[in-house]
Write a protein that binds this ligand. Structure first.
Ligand code: GSH
Length: 216
């Protein structure tokens, strides 16, 4: 099985699928595309029908889009383990994942993931602040549920954590103020060996995507 990803420093959608595979120790090869270079589409040819990463090739099966990949991995390799067991929790998990996948565009545009960024704050519009407030509310509601033992959004690690890991990275590198329980969750996520592996590889990359280097 091969996962096609973008630059580890910048490609937040790639990180989501990659982290799920790594966290659950699913065996896969990776192929890195250098995003926004003149031959990006040529590198993607045959793998990424929508010319975006991530994409997954598993024998004769092709899956593209981060969420579709997470669902495929969950069904075919994890026996459903990557969603909460409880139907109510699963419904909430799917809802917040969908909210991430289809929304928070102000946050995503203004605060692009940049693992290499030395933490510093930037000016935030009201729209970005609203996205941040909504994400903090989601996380607090998940984390305040006392039945959740392991400290992830739904107790055990799930697709929800994988989908929000780039936000954890962004909140850290753009020095977003968060409540203490949210900070504890973020610290745990940042310390996941799989995330550290991705982050270190991202930091070691040399390509610069100018649009994703935010100064003020
Ligand atoms: N909804 C897609 C978004 C994928 C996406 O936008 N990927 C970015 C890299 S993080 C990309 O390939 N950009 C290249 C382009 O837009 O030309 C997903 O969830 O996989």
């Amino acid at each position: 099985m091969k996962l096609i990803i973008g630059n580890k420093n910048y490609s937040s959608w790639s990180l989501r699928a990659w982290l799920l595979l790594r966290y659950f120790d699913v065996d896969f090869d990776e192929q890195r595309i250098t995003l926004f270079t003149p031959d990006m589409h040529k590198q993607m040819e045959g793998f990424c029908p929508n010319f975006k990463v991530p994409a997954l090739i598993d024998d004769h099966i092709q899956v593209w889009d981060s969420l579709a990949i997470c669902e495929y991995i969950n069904e075919h390799y994890l026996k459903g383990e990557a969603w909460p067991d409880d139907i109510k929790q699963k419904a909430t998990a799917r809802s917040i994942v969908a909210e991430m996948h289809s929304g928070f565009t102000h946050l995503r545009n203004r605060l692009p993931m940049n693992c290499r960024r030395k933490p510093s704050s930037v000016q935030l519009s009201d729209d970005v602040k609203n996205d941040i407030t909504r994400i903090i509310t989601i996380w607090q509601q998940c984390l305040n549920n006392e039945t959740r033992q392991e400290g992830f959004l739904f107790g055990k690690f799930s697709i929800a954590d994988a989908m929000y890991i780039p936000v954890v990275s962004r909140f850290t590198t753009y020095e977003i103020d968060v409540p203490i329980e949210v900070q504890s969750y973020m610290t745990m996520m940042l310390n996941l060996p799989a995330f550290k592996e991705w982050q270190q590889a991202g930091i070691a990359e040399s390509e610069i995507v100018v649009e994703d280097e935010i100064e003020v």
